[in-house]
Design a protein around this ligand. Sequence first.
Ligand code: FES
Length: 84
Amino acid sequence: MSKVTFKQSGKTLEWTGDHESILELAEANGIDLDFGCRMGNCTACQQPVLSGEVDYPMGHTGVPEEGNQLLCCSVPKGDVVIDA
Ligand code: FES
């Protein structure tokens, strides 16, 4: 099972597949992060990903800055470390 680490929050969570996105996983575990559209358009939910990769099962139209990923519509591909 993949692990999602939120470095600044000091939490490492298991990705069980019960959440639709990394953002939802964070929120369910008391980590409050910025968001807007929650549909991959506005990029408000972008955060730096320090290691690992994510997947976008539903796609996205917003383009995050280099090194960042959109957490509202992404799922981990293996273990990931997010600087949030
Ligand atoms: S909240 Fe708008 S792109 Fe993620």
